[in-house]
Design a protein around this ligand. Structure first.
Ligand SMILES: Cc1ncc(COP(=O)(O)O)c(C=O)c1O
Length: 328
């Protein structure tokens, strides 16, 4: 456990320490519980992972913390949303399902000036592609279940924090008593050793697939920040060292039945809600029913792909089969 926690701390410049939790969801909840108290106000990005939203609207609300959701593209405009009782700004970039890229340096600069803490779900990028604390974040969270573990055989989460925040997290972890098993730590540590080479392959494969999709007549939009022309491309280029393998795309003018035919025709892609493993996965997603601060208005059905380590030609052939099935 210590070996894994120390390695994650070493990977994150500016970090004092890392705590491990039984899942990414557990790390998120434990971090927010540690940093917030009844009467506090939390600013939560509208594109957050859905169970993160469920926690702030459920247990955290019962605990007396009020949450406001904000537009992921708010940037320095976050200043206008900060109240005297705002204690934490939660970020996730790119956003879950829709992949908006947040201007994290702008938000963390405002937060520091106003004495508000920031916590980032950095699962998509990991510190290898986005060194969160160096960009001004106080607490970097990861679901290690995804890229760091990398083999879809262990669940774990982490919080890596600055010296100023570390004692609060450490004390809350001691009180909550969420422990991880040595076997899971060994599995995640094994994954960590190949993270760098796997991420490079995830990036290359995902870009090959995304570029192919962008040229298909059946596709409305490809939501991938590393594609030139993506709304988040400029900020992604400025702040990130690369991209991983998770992105979305819409099926132009298709209906629910068409999306289902597309998914069911795929051989290589399993259907799965988790991601970041060596095998490619697809999942249908419906952000319109989740958002509150900035509605998702695109009527086309959306899909999320987690591109694995396979030969991209096989993946593209598989997706071509999906389009053929969709056409009926
Ligand atoms: C962005 C993001 N954060 C956190 C989690 C939760 O991680 P875990 O599955 O380890 O609880 C997920 C899982 O899908 C995720 O996509």
């Amino acid at each position: 456990m210590w070996a894994l926690a120390d390695a994650l701390t070493d990977m994150e410049p500016g970090a004092e320490g890392t705590l491990l939790y039984p899942s990414g969801v557990a790390a998120n909840s434990a971090g927010m519980l540690a940093l917030l108290a009844p009467g506090d106000h939390l600013l939560m990005v509208d594109s957050a992972y859905e169970p993160t939203r469920a926690f702030v609207g459920g247990l955290l609300k019962r605990y007396g913390v009020e949450t406001s959701f904000y537009d992921p593209l708010v940037g320095a405009g976050i200043a206008e949303l900060i109240r005297p009782e705002t204690k934490l700004i939660f970020l996730e970039s790119p956003g879950s399902l829709t992949f908006e890229v947040q201007d994290i340096p702008a938000i963390t600069a405002v937060a520091r000036e106003k004495g508000v803490l920031t916590m980032l779900d950095n699962t998509w990028a990991t510190p290898l592609l986005f060194p969160a604390l160096a960009r001004g974040v106080d607490v970097a969270m990861m679901s290690l279940t995804k890229y760091v573990g990398g083999h879809s055989d262990a669940m774990m989460g982490s919080l890596t924090a600055t010296k100023a925040v570390w004692p609060k997290l450490r004390s809350a972890a001691y009180q909550l008593g969420q422990a991880v098993s040595p076997d899971d730590c060994a599995a995640v540590l094994r994954g960590l050793r190949t993270l760098d080479v796997r991420l490079a392959r995830h990036q290359a494969n995902a870009l090959a697939v995304a570029e192919w999709l962008a040229g298909r007549p059946e596709v409305g939009r490809v939501l991938h920040p590393a594609l030139a022309g993506d709304a988040g491309h400029d900020i992604w280029r400025r702040d990130f060292k690369g991209a991983s393998g998770l992105f979305g795309f819409t099926l132009k003018g298709a209906d629910e039945a068409g999306r289902t035919r597309f998914i069911e025709a795929l051989d290589h892609f399993g259907i799965g809600f988790s991601w970041g493993g060596y095998e490619s996965l697809v999942v249908p997603s419906n952000p319109a029913g989740i958002r509150t601060a900035c509605p998702w208005t695109d009527p086309d059905p959306l899909l999320r792909l987690s591109i694995g380590l396979e030969d991209p030609a096989d993946l593209i052939a598989d997706l071509a089969r999906g389009f053929a099935a969709m056409a009926g």
